[in-house]
Design a binder for this molecule. Structure first.
Ligand SMILES: [Zn+2]
Length: 363
C-alpha cells in the first residue's frame, strides 16, 4: 500500500509531496527532492493525538524537527490500530528519551557548577552579577552589624568622600566602593560583597590621624579588588551561590545558610597579604603616608593581649579585631616601610574634615 503525504524536513520552511509505503517494521517515504528515507515505526510519535477528519502529523525520534502529514484515513487507522503507541500525544519511549536528556543536562550543569565552585572560586567570584553582589552584600552587612545605627552627617559624609577621592588619586583602577560607619563600640572594619566597606565607631575613635583610617580603607579596598568576600562566599556555600544567582534571590537565602557570617571575613594569610600589598601600592601611588597603617597595626597589636572588650558577644565581635584573627601581625607590620625619600605626602583630610569624620556618629 502506497499513499500520498506531505513532508517537512524541519530545516526548510517548505513542504514536499512524498509517497509512503510500509515495509515490515518501518515506513519508507520518498518524493521529489526527498531522498528515500526509512523510519522505524517504533520511533514514530504523533505531534498531536490523532483525531478523525484531521490530518495525522507524525515525527520520528531520529529527526525530531521533521513532520509527515498524512491525510489518508485508511492508512492512519491501520497504522494506529497496529501500533498503539501512536494513539497518545507522546509515547513512553519518547518521554523516557526526553527525561533522560533533561536529567543528563541537569547532572551535567550541576557537575560543571561543582567543578567551578570547588576548584575555581576566584573565577566564579568575578562572574557574579553586580546586582546580586550588592543584594548579598546588604544582607551580609545587616547580619554583621545587627541592630547598630548607621552613622550619617553631611560633614562626615563629605569627609568619607574626600578620603576615597584621596586614595583614587593616582589609582584610576580603584574598584567602586562605598564606606559606611556603624555606631558600634568594637574596633573593626570589613569589606562585604559588592564593594561595601564597613567601619565601626570604635575604629574611628581608636585612630589618631586620617592616614590610619586611609590605610585601613586601602586594605579593605584591596579585599574588594580581589573579590575576597565573594570568593569566601563561594567557598563556604558552594553550589548555593549559583542557585541563588540563577533564582535572582535577594541573598537572604544564601546568607542565612552561612552558620556564622563571621566566617565569611576570615581570610587566609595569602588574602591578607594581597590586601596589604594592594593598600601599600595604592597609598604610594596616592602619596599617602603608609606609616599611618603601621602605627595603627602597632596600636592594635599592643591590645591583642587584653581582648576582653565590649561587643565580644556579637557576631562581628567574635571575629576579634581587624587583625587579631590573622597570625603574622608582626610580619605584616614589618612590610610597611616609609615613603621613598623625596616623596611628599599629601594631606588626606583637612583637620576639620577629620574632626567631622570622627564625630559622624555623634549627630
Ligand atoms: Zn583584611
Amino acid at each position: 500500500m502506497t499513499i500520498d503525504a506531505i513532508y517537512f524536513d524541519g530545516e526548510y520552511a517548505r513542504d514536499r509531496a512524498v509517497t509512503i509505503t510500509v515495509d515490515g517494521h518501518d515506513i519508507i517515504f520518498t518524493g521529489d527532492g526527498v531522498p528515500e528515507t526509512r523510519w522505524s515505526i517504533a520511533g514514530l510519535h504523533p505531534v498531536d493525538p490523532p483525531s478523525s477528519g484531521q490530518p495525522f502529523r507524525i515525527t520520528h525520534s531520529s529527526k525530531p524537527g521533521a513532520r509527515l502529514v498524512i491525510r489518508d484515513e485508511d492508512f492512519i487507522r491501520t497504522l494506529i490500530d497496529n501500533h498503539r503507541h501512536l494513539r497518545g500525544g507522546y509515547s513512553w519511549t519518547h518521554l523516557r528519551q526526553v527525561a533522560a536528556w533533561t536529567l543528563g543536562g541537569i547532572i551535567g550543569l550541576a557537575a560543571l557548577g561543582y567543578v567551578l565552585v570547588s576548584f575555581l572560586p576566584q573565577k566564579v567570584a568575578y562572574i557574579l552579577p553586580d546586582g546580586w553582589r550588592n543584594r548579598v552584600g546588604e544582607q551580609v552587612v545587616k547580619g554583621l552589624v545587627e541592630n547598630a545605627r548607621r552613622c550619617d552627617s553631611a560633614a562626615g559624609n563629605a569627609a568619607k568622600s574626600a578620603m576615597i577621592a584621596a586614595l583614587a588619586e593616582g589609582n584610576p583602577d580603584l574598584p567602586p566602593v562605598s564606606m559606611e560607619i556603624y555606631d558600634m563600640a568594637l574596633v573593626n572594619a570589613f569589606a562585604a560583597p559588592g564593594g561595601k566597606i564597613i567601619f565601626t565607631r570604635g575604629i574611628l575613635e581608636k585612630a589618631d590621624k586620617p592616614e590610619e583610617i586611609a590605610g585601613i580603607l586601602a586594605h579593605e579596598i584591596g579585599h574588594v579588588a580581589y573579590r575576597h568576600p565573594e570568593v569566601q562566599l563561594v567557598r563556604l556555600t558552594g553550589l548555593q551561590v549559583l542557585i541563588s544567582v540563577m533564582s535572582g534571590s535577594n541573598g537572604g537565602d544564601i546568607t542565612s545558610n552561612i552558620a556564622a557570617l563571621a566566617a565569611l571575613l576570615q581570610y587566609s594569610r595569602e588574602a591578607e597579604r594581597e590586601a596589604d600589598d594592594y593598600a601599600l601600592s595604592a597609598m604610594q601611588k596616592a602619596s599617602i603616608d603608609p606609616m599611618g597603617l603601621r602605627t595603627f597595626f602597632e596600636k592594635i597589636r599592643k591590645e591583642e593581649g587584653s581582648t576582653s572588650k565590649s561587643g565580644q558577644s556579637s557576631t562581628l565581635g567574635k571575629i576579634g579585631n581587624v587583625f587579631s584573627t590573622h597570625p603574622g601581625t608582626e610580619e605584616r607590620i614589618k612590610r610597611i616601610v616609609p615613603m621613598p625619600a623625596g616623596q611628599v605626602p599629601v594631606q588626606v583630610l583637612s583637620p576639620e574634615q577629620w574632626q567631622a569624620l570622627k564625630a559622624i556618629c555623634a549627630s
